[in-house]
Design a protein around this ligand. Structure first.
Ligand code: GDG
Length: 461
C-alpha cells in the first residue's frame, strides 16, 4: 500500500470487523451500520485510505488492505474506550445531540480522553495525507479533529460530516466544553449536516457563542470562510433493488412469511437497540391494538430486530431490560398456542437475510424519537419494487423530510401511532403503490453516490 494518500476518510471505526474462523484464523469482514454502509462503495471507487479504530483495545496494528481499501488502524486503550467512546461520545454527546431523550453525563475525565483521542486521530491523518489532500472527517466522535488537523497541516482540504442531529442552541449551551467543540468543527472548510435545520442551529450557535457573522450558508472567520450545508445521506438504491429481485431472496421472503405462520400482516422494526429509536413506543402501540381487539393474535406478527449496541453503557443495559420486559408482557397476554404476536431478536443478520425481511414485511415501522436520517426507512423503500408495503415513519427522523408519502407519525402520540399503523394495514394496493412509487423515486435519484459526490464536489470546489 502507498504510504501517503490524496483522499482520506477519518472515522471512529474502520469499516471492517474481525472474525475468527473455525480453524482459529482471523479475517476481516465489512461491518454493518449506517456510516459504513454509506461510504464503503465511494471509498472503493476512489481508492483512498480510511483511518479508524479497529475495534480491539490495547492492540497496535499495522496498516492493511481489505475489500479494495487501504485501512490504517488507530489504537485505543481500554481506558480510552471507556472514557472517550462509551463516555464522552456515547454518554455525553449522543444523548445531548438527540434532544436529551436520555440525560447526558458531563464528566471532566471523559472530556480529557475525548481530546487526547481526537489529537491522536488528527496526528495520524497529518502523517498519511499527501500535500493538498482531501480529508473527510466523520461524525460526533471526532469533532475536534478538523481544527487540530488544520493547525498541523494548513495545506489540506478538510470536510466534516455529522451523521446525527445538531441540537438547538439552548441544548448545546449546556456543554461545559461548548467553545472547544465549536472551534474544533470550524477547522473544516465544509461542515455538512443531514438537514438544513442542523446547519442553521450550528450557524446560530457560532454567532451567539463566538460572535461570528454569517450570510446564507457561510460563516466568516477572521481569515477564512466555513461553509455549512445539508447533505441528506442515503442508501445504495440500485444494489438493494437488484438484490431483492434475485430468486433466492424472493424465495426466502416467502419462506419467512410461512415460518411466521402466514399472518395477514407482518410488521417489521430493524434498529440498533438504542433509546433514540422509539422501539418501546411502537411496541406499546402494537400491544394496545391487540388489547383493543383491533388486531387478533395470529392475524398480525410484529418482528423486531434489535441489533446489540453499546452494551457496556448503563443506559443501554437498562433499555434492553425494559424492551425485553415489554415484549414478554405482550406475548404473555396475547399469545395463542402456535402464534406469538411479537417476535423479538437481539441478534445481527447478514445483509441478504435483512433484505428478505424487508421484502417480506408489509408494514415497516420506524419510530425514532430523534434520528439524524434513518437508513432503514430508505432501505425498506429500495426493496419494494413490487410497489407494495407501507412505511410508518416518525416525523423526528431526518428521512421524514424526504419521504413525505410515508405514514408519518409522532411517536409520542400512541393514539396517532395506532391509527397510522391501522391505516397502513388497511390501505388498498392502489394507495400503497401511489405512496411507494413517490418514495422510491426520491431514494433512487438521491442515493448514497449522490450524497457523497455532492459533499465532495462542494468540498473540492
Ligand atoms: C447513524 C445515525 C443515520 C441494522 N441491523 C442490522 C444491520 N443494520 C443496518 C441497517 C442500516 C444501519 O445498520 C442502521 O442505520 P440507521 O441510519 O438506521 O441508524 P444508526 O446506526 O443510528 O446510524 C442515523 C446514519 O448514521 C447514517 O448517517 O441515518 O440517523 O443515527 O443500514 O441496515 N445490517 C445488517 N444486519 C443487521 O442485523 N447487515
Amino acid at each position: 500500500m502507498t504510504s501517503r494518500s490524496s483522499f482520506l476518510i477519518v472515522a471512529n471505526r474502520l469499516p471492517v470487523d474481525r472474525t475468527v474462523g473455525p480453524d482459529g484464523t482471523a479475517s476481516w469482514r465489512r461491518s454493518p451500520g449506517g456510516l459504513v454502509t454509506a461510504i464503503a462503495p465511494v471509498m472503493q471507487r476512489r481508492k483512498g485510505a480510511w483511518l479508524g479504530w479497529h475495534g480491539a483495545a490495547d492492540e497496535l496494528l499495522e496498516p492493511f488492505e481489505n475489500d479494495g481499501m487501504d485501512l490504517i488502524p488507530v489504537p485505543l486503550t481500554a481506558e480510552e474506550v471507556e472514557l472517550y467512546y462509551e463516555g464522552f461520545s456515547n454518554s455525553t454527546l449522543w444523548p445531548l445531540y438527540h434532544d436529551v431523550v436520555a440525560p447526558p453525563v458531563f464528566e471532566r475525565e471523559m472530556w480529557e480522553s475525548y481530546r487526547t483521542v481526537n489529537e491522536r486521530f488528527a496526528q495520524a491523518a497529518a502523517e498519511v495525507a499527501e500535500q493538498g489532500a482531501v480529508v473527510w472527517v466523520q461524525d460526533y466522535q471526532l469533532q475536534l479533529v478538523p481544527a487540530m488537523l488544520r493547525a498541523m497541516r494548513p495545506d489540506l482540504r478538510i470536510g466534516f460530516f455529522l451523521h446525527i442531529p445538531f441540537p438547538p442552541v439552548e441544548l448545546f449551551w449546556r456543554l461545559p466544553w461548548r467553545r472547544e467543540l465549536v472551534e474544533g468543527l470550524l477547522g473544516a472548510d465544509l461542515v455538512g449536516f443531514q438537514l438544513p435545520g442542523g446547519a442553521a442551529n450550528f450557524r446560530m450557535l457560532c454567532r451567539r457563542l463566538l460572535g461570528l457573522p454569517y450570510k446564507s450558508n457561510e460563516i466568516f472567520l477572521e481569515d477564512r470562510v466555513v461553509t455549512t450545508q445539508a447533505f441528506p445521506i442515503s442508501v445504495d438504491f440500485s444494489e438493494l433493488d437488484t438484490l431483492v429481485r434475485e430468486p433466492h431472496i424472493m424465495h426466502r421472503a416467502k419462506e419467512i412469511r410461512v415460518e411466521l405462520g402466514d399472518p395477514e400482516h407482518m410488521l417489521l422494526g430493524v434498529d440498533r437497540l438504542d433509546y433514540t429509536k422509539g422501539i418501546g413506543r411502537r411496541l406499546e402501540a402494537f400491544g394496545e391494538l391487540l388489547r383493543d381487539e383491533s388486531l387478533a393474535p395470529g392475524e398480525a406478527v410484529f418482528v423486531q430486530i434489535a441489533t446489540p449496541s453499546r452494551e457496556r453503557v448503563e443506559e443501554y443495559r437498562r433499555l434492553r431490560d425494559d424492551i425485553e420486559l415489554q415484549v414478554g408482557r405482550i406475548n404473555g397476554e396475547y399469545s395463542v398456542l402456535g402464534a406469538q404476536p411479537v417476535q423479538y431478536f437481539h441478534q445481527s443478520y447478514d445483509r441478504e437475510e435483512l433484505a428478505a425481511l424487508y421484502l417480506a414485511a408489509d408494514i415497516m415501522v420506524v419510530t425514532p424519537l430523534r434520528d439524524g436520517m434513518n437508513l432503514v426507512a430508505k432501505e425498506y423503500v429500495s426493496c419494494h419494487h413490487d410497489l407494495q408495503g407501507a412505511l410508518v415513519l416518525s416525523e423526528f427522523a431526518g428521512a421524514a423530510s424526504e419521504l413525505r408519502s410515508a405514514y408519518l407519525v409522532n411517536p409520542y402520540d400512541v393514539e396517532g401511532l395506532k391509527r397510522e399503523m391501522m391505516a397502513a394495514m388497511n390501505a388498498s394496493p392502489h394507495e400503497l403503490a401511489r405512496r411507494m412509487r413517490t418514495m422510491r423515486r426520491r431514494v433512487a435519484t438521491y442515493d448514497v453516490d449522490r450524497w457523497a459526490s455532492e459533499f465532495l464536489t462542494a468540498l473540492e470546489s
